[in-house]
Design a protein. Structure first.
Length: 304
């Protein structure tokens, strides 16, 4: 038989998640068995090197997650939710993307924090969009999903790992120049609450201190936390600081920074941090590169 499409895997994967916990790896193996694929079909690969089965079962799990039908219960491990069990009883034979689109909150689940994202991959390329628009929206959708998975992975790491991560991001952005020793990780007793320091010049005469808070998305940073950071900056004798969090900043915190006269603080929330990580390839890798070609009118212009 032909390798099943990702939407053909929706129902059997949900049924599997209703019975037990699953990972993306054993979901792919389960789909190979469920559809009784031949050895050649199991080994067939797309250009990135991943098998068709693992790629499609992974996307099926993403769609089920966006619908709230399965949820992460441990690192890389998923289980059907109460909604998922109910949904399976209502769709015992087949689940389509149209069925998922009817779920309340479906469109909102495909949007990153506080910023709207394009519609769901697979539905954007309709008669009302050009191929270039569909490609652009598809890439944005892929990045939106990657950001969600990236944030989830960051939150599973230690606070120390996150402190090193934010220094890597700032160095990749050009802070400290190209010197490998420009950044120093602190985050220990005697450092007055500062997690890192970046020297802007060789002698360290101009410094930026860094505070990193690995908070859950629903826990915004408040004014009191920013005030404590300003106190740490004063203790370090530094007037420039960067405060980075995986969550957000409440309005009082932002207003306090705007009113600061003696210090210059840049606030980077979770959404901006994830964008910077993608832009600078921190924690992500290029899986595939595409070229979009356009007609070169200059080539066809004859010299007089």
């Amino acid at each position: 038989m032909a390798i099943p499409t990702f939407n053909q895997m929706l129902q059997p994967l949900l049924a599997l998640a209703c019975r037990r916990e699953i990972t993306r790896r054993d979901a792919a193996l389960a789909m190979e068995e469920h559809f009784q694929l031949s050895p050649q079909e199991r080994e067939a690969r797309i250009q990135t090197g991943a098998t068709y089965v693992s790629n499609r079962s992974g996307w099926a799990m993403t769609f089920l997650t966006k619908g709230g039908l399965i949820a992460k219960v441990a690192p890389r491990t998923y289980r059907a939710t109460d909604r998922g069990n109910q949904f399976l009883s209502e769709h015992p034979d087949t689940i389509t993307v149209k069925d998922l689109e009817a779920i309340e909150g479906w469109k909102e689940a495909w949007r990153s924090q506080r910023r709207e994202k394009p519609e769901l991959l697979g539905t954007v390329a309709d008669n009302n969009t050009t191929p270039v628009e569909a490609l652009s929206e598809a890439i944005s959708t892929l990045n939106a999903d990657l950001k969600n998975r990236l944030l989830s992975t960051i939150l599973e790491q230690s606070a120390t790992f996150f402190e090193h991560l934010v220094l890597d991001v700032l160095l990749a952005m050009g802070y400290g120049g190209s010197r490998a020793d420009a950044a120093e990780h602190l985050g220990k007793s005697g450092d007055e609450g500062v997690d890192g320091r970046i020297n802007q010049d060789t002698l360290g005469l101009d410094q930026i201190v860094v505070q990193a808070k690995r908070y859950a998305p629903d826990r915004p940073v408040d004014r009191k936390t920013i005030q404590a950071f300003v106190g740490s900056m004063t203790g370090q004798g530094v007037t420039k600081g960067v405060f980075i969090t995986t969550s957000s900043f409440n309005e009082n915190a932002r207003e306090f920074v705007l009113r600061g006269a003696n210090t210059k603080i840049v606030l980077i929330d979770g959404e901006r941090l994830l964008s910077l990580m993608l832009q600078n390839h921190i924690g992500v890798r290029v899986e595939r590169q595409l070229e979009v070609l356009e007609l070169d009118q200059n080539y066809f212009t004859e010299d007089e």
